[in-house]
Design a binder for this molecule. Sequence first.
Ligand code: 9YT
Length: 172
Amino acid sequence: MSQVASLTLRQPVKEDGTKVYDLIRRAGTLDLNSAYCYLLLCDMFSQTCVVAEEDDRIVGFISGFYRQEQPSTLFVWQAAVDSAMRGRGLASSMLEELLAREHPEPLEYVEATVSPSNTASRRLFQSFADVYQVPLRELDESGYAPTMFPDAQSHEAEPLLRIGPFRGQSRK
Ligand code: 9YT
């Protein structure tokens, strides 16, 4: 758990599920998953998720999981910050919180898919790579093309970004 000004960053618990769902819905920039999905993430994937809480409001959320075939790779699924909290480095703080936790294996890579219009997340991962002085690469032939979505006409491409390899670097 860590503090950012008046915020608390912590692992979520299942009771956070609905508030996380509402945050993603309000954000309007991410794929809104089912309320059940956010309940599962907060309950069964809490070690690789972070909530930012101010008073009793959830104002930030990061979800992730270790890739099954490569547990030293942490896939960051969604990064969301309440519109009223933007510009305070909250997403970076949540990502740092996540990376600072114990992991089953030393992390070698962090991956995410980031659509071209998701400039906030692109900046988040680029600055993260810069701070740790590791490469950020967009992996061709990986990620998800619009045609892989039922609403192919309206869903952007989801190119896969890979940050790393980390070799125990600390922040610059
Ligand atoms: C890092 C991040 O937020 N990616 C979003 C992936 C996808 N568009 C989603 O789940 O919203």
